[in-house]
Design a protein around this ligand. Structure first.
Ligand code: SRM
Ligand code: SF4
Length: 584
C-alpha cells in the first residue's frame, strides 16, 4: 500500500513514488553500474541500491583537497553483508577477508547488528564483489533499505539451553521476511535483467515495501546484548521451566514493539523511544506475529515524512492499545500476557566460556568492530590464521566483537597459541570502560557524520583510563558509546555515558542509561568541545568510585547524585536548559 491512512492530506514522500516505479527495486541500477564515465550513481539509484545492501559514499578525508584541485569527490561504495544471528563459517570469514583486500579498503567492519561491512569499494569492482559475496552463500540483500534488516540473536550457543532454538527462530524469521524480488539476483549475480518470466510478487511488502527501515531482534535473557528496547520489534526467549527430557526448552517469547533511536538535533518531533512489552506468544506463532506486525507498519507507517516513518512514531501517535487491537484483528487471536523476564546487562562476556558438550568459545574484544592490521597488532592476520584451522564457527556479537565458537578440547591449544602469537589475547585486558565501549563508523565514510566517532572514541577512553585506574574502577563495566551524529547508530541513548556529535569536535554528553539497556540516558551537557570531555567526566568517575552504593551501576549513580534526571520524554534529548540536570 502506498497510501497513508494517518494523514491523507499530505503528499507522499518522493521515495514512495520511486519505489512504486522501480519494478521491484530494479530502477536504473543495472544500466548505471555499466556506465564507466561516472564513479557513482544517481540519487534515485542510490536510494534503491540500499535495498540491495549497497551505499554510495565518498572519502570525506579527501573532499577538501579534491575540491581545491577542482576534482570530483573520491567516490566509493559500502557493501553491508547481513548474517542472521551473526553466525558464519571460517571459510566465509576467509573469503571476506580476501575480498576486503582485493575489492575494498583492506579492513572488515563488524557492525553492531551482526553484519559485515566492506568500505571503499570502487564502482568498477562493485558488481564482482557482491557476486563473490553471494558465491560464498552470504548476501547483501535487505541489509539496508525500507525492509526488515538483519535479524539479530544472542551469539553464545551456551547462553542458555534455549539458544539453539532461538537462533533457529531468528534465522527462520530472517528467511520469512526477506524480500522476494528477483531484481537482486538479476543485477548482482546474473549480471543482466531477465526479460519476461514470472512477474515479481512481494506477499508481505507489496511493491512499495515499508515506509522505512524495520529492525527485529531475538534476546536470550539474562543478556540484553541485542539492545531490544531500541528495536522496532523484539522477542525475548522465555524458558519452559517444566520441560521434561527431550521436550522443547522454549516456552515462547515476550514481544516488544516500538523501540528506535534515531533523532535530529533540536527537531523535537523526532526522538529515541524505548520499546513497550506487548504480550507473549508461542514459538509456532512467531513468524505469523512478526509478519502481521510488519504489515501493520506497512499500512499505517507515515509515508509522507521519512523522519516520522518508523514504527515507534506509529505507536507513539496511535497508542499501544490501538496497535494491539489492529494486530489482533489481523492475527485472529489475542496475545497472551507477558511472562516474567530479567535482563542484567547489554555487554559481551570476553575470553573463554566453557560450553555444553565439551566445546568452548572465545570472545575477542575488537575495538569498534574494525578488523585490520596496525603496527604492532596484526589482528586481521591473526584472525585469518585462526580461520584457516578453526573447525567451529565465528559469531559476530551485537556489540561489534567476535566469538570464535565451538572450539573442541583437541583444537583449543592451537587456537590459544594463535591468539598468543598474534597478541590477540591481550585485547581483552583493557579496562572495563574500554571493553564496554562502542562507536559508530562516522568519518571518513559516513555521509551523515557531523563529528568523528570510531576514530576518536579510543583516544578519549585512553584519556579517561588513567582516572579509571587511579579510582580503582579498572575492572568495572561501564557502557560508554559515541556517535558522529544524532541518528543513533552506536545506540548511544542506551549507554551510561554517551557522546553524540553535534559539529566537528563538539559532542552532546548524555548520562544515566540503565546497565541492562532498559532505560535511556538524558542530556547532561550540550556541545562540549572534545578537549573538555575528559575533564568533564573525570570528577564524576572519581565520585562514583568513592560514593557508590554496593553494586550500584554508573548509570544509576549519576541519577542518584543528581547529574541528570531519569528520562522519559523526548524533551530530554532536545532542550538542554530544561533538562541538563544539576551539577553538584
Ligand atoms: Fe545506522 C544510517 C552505520 C546501526 C540508525 N547507519 C546509517 C548509514 C548507512 C549512513 C547513511 O545513511 O548514509 C551509516 C553507514 C556508515 C558507514 O560509513 O559505514 C550507518 N548503522 C551503522 C552501523 C554500521 C554502525 C556501526 O558502527 O556498527 C550499524 C549497522 C547495523 C547493521 O548491520 O545493519 C548501524 N543505525 C544503527 C542502529 C543501531 C541498531 O539498529 O541497533 C541505529 C539506531 C536504531 C534505530 O534504527 O532506530 C541506526 N542509521 C540509523 C539512522 C537513523 C534512523 C532513524 O530512524 O532516524 C540512519 C539515518 C537514516 O536512516 O536516515 C542510519
Ligand atoms: Fe553515520 Fe550518524 Fe550513523 Fe554515526 S550515527 S554512522 S555518523 S549516521
Amino acid at each position: 500500500m502506498s497510501t497513508n491512512p494517518g494523514d491523507t492530506t499530505k503528499p507522499l514522500d518522493k521515495a514512495e513514488e520511486l519505489k512504486a516505479g522501480s519494478n521491484f527495486l530494479r530502477g536504473n541500477i543495472d544500466a548505471e553500474l555499466r556506465d564507466t564515465v561516472s564513479g557513482t550513481v544517481t540519487e534515485d539509484s542510490a536510494k534503491l541500491m540500499k535495498f540491495h545492501g549497497v551505499y554510495p559514499q565518498d572519502d570525506r578525508d579527501l573532499r577538501a583537497q579534491r575540491r581545491k584541485e577542482g576534482k570530483e569527490k573520491a567516490f566509493i561504495f559500502m557493501a553491508r553483508i547481513r548474517v542472521p544471528g551473526g553466525v558464519c563459517t571460517p571459510a566465509q570469514w576467509l573469503a571476506l577477508d580476501a575480498l576486503s583486500d582485493s575489492h575494498a579498503n583492506g579492513t572488515l567492519k563488524l557492525t553492531n547488528r551482526q553484519a559485515f561491512q566492506l568500505h571503499g569499494v570502487i564502482k568498477g569492482k562493485l558488481r564482482a564483489g557482491v557476486k563473490e559475496i553471494n558465491r560464498m552463500l552470504l548476501t547483501t540483500i535487505a541489509a539496508c533499505g525500507d525492509v526488515v534488516r538483519n535479524v539479530m540473536c544472542n551469539p553464545n550457543p551456551d547462553q542458555s539451553e534455549l539458544h539453539a532454538e532461538t537462533l533457529a527462530a531468528a534465522r527462520a524469521l530472517s528467511d520469512h521476511l526477506t524480500p522476494r524480488t528477483k531484481a537482486y539476483h538479476e543485477i548482482w549475480i546474473d549480471g543482466e535483467l531477465a526479460a519476461g518470466g514470472e512477474p515479481d510478487v512481494e506477499p508481505i511488502y507489496g511493491k512499495t515495501y515499508l515506509p522505512r527501515k524495520f529492525k527485529i531482534v531475538v534476546a536470550v535473557p539474562p543478556s540484553n546484548d541485542v539492545d531490544i528496547f531500541g528495536q522496532d520489534l523484539g522477542f525475548i526467549a522465555v524458558p519452559n521451566e517444566n520441560a521434561g527430557p527431550g521436550e522443547p526448552r522454549l516456552a515462547g517469547f515476550n514481544i516488544t514493539v516500538g523501540g528506535g533511536l534515531g533523532m535530529s538535533h533540536n527537531q523535537v518531533e523526532t526522538f529515541p523511544r524505548v520499546a513497550d512489552v506487548l504480550g507473549f506468544c508461542r514459538p509456532d506463532q512467531l513468524a505469523d506475529i512478526a509478519e502481521k506486525i510488519v504489515m501493520v507498519q506497512r499500512d499505517y507507517g507515515d509515508r509522507t515524512d521519512r523522519k516520522h516513518a518508523r514504527l515507534k512514531y506509529t505507536i507513539a501517535d496511535r497508542g499501544l492499545a490501538w496497535f494491539r487491537t489492529e494486530l489482533q484483528s489481523r492475527l485472529g487471536y489475542e496475545l497472551a500476557t507477558p511472562r516474567r523476564f530479567e535482563f542484567t546487562h547489554t555487554g559481551d562476556r570476553y575470553g573463554w566460556v566453557d560450553g555444553i558438550g565439551g566445546a568452548s568459545h572465545y570472545t575477542l574484544f575488537i575495538e569498534n568492530g574494525r578488523v585490520k592490521d596496525t603496527p604492532g597488532y596484526a589482528m586481521k592476520t591473526g584472525l585469518r590464521e585462526i580461520a584457516k584451522v578453526h573447525r567451529g564457527d565465528f559469531r559476530l556479537t551485537p556489540n561489534q566483537h567476535l566469538m570464535i565458537a565451538g572450539v573442541t578440547p583437541a583444537e583449543r591449544p592451537r587456537i590459544e597459541e594463535l591468539l598468543r602469537v598474534h597478541k590477540l589475547d591481550r585485547a581483552n585486558n583493557a579496562t572495563g570502560l574500554r571493553l564496554g565501549s562502542m562507536a559508530c563508523v562516522a568519518l571518513p565514510t559516513c555521509g551523515l557524520a557531523l563529528a568523528e566517532s570510531e576514530r576518536y572514541l579510543p583516544d578519549l577512553i585512553t584519556e579517561l583510563d588513567t582516572e579509571v585506574e587511579a579510582a580503582g574502577l579498572r575492572d568495572d563495566g561501564i557502557i560508554i558509546r559515541m556517535t558522529g551524529c544524532p541518528n543513533g547508530c552506536g545506540r548511544p541513548y542506551l549507554a551510561e555515558i554517551a557522546f553524540v556529535g553535534r559539529a566537528p569536535g563538539k559532542y552532546n554528553v548524555y548520562l544515566g542509561a540503565a546497565f541492562n539497556g532498559s532505560r535511556m540516558n538524558a542530556l547532561y551537557r550540550p556541545s562540549v568541545p572534545s578537549a573538555e570531555l575528559a575533564p568533564l567526566l573525570r570528577p564524576i568517575l572519581r565520585r562514583y568510585a568513592v560514593e557508590r552504593n554496593a553494586g550500584e551501576r554508573f548509570g544509576d549513580f549519576v541519577i542518584r547524585a543528581g547529574y541528570v534526571k531519569p528520562t522519559g520524554t523526548p524533551i530530554d534529548f532536545h532542550e538542554p536548559d530544561k533538562v541538563a540536570g544539576t551539577q553538584i
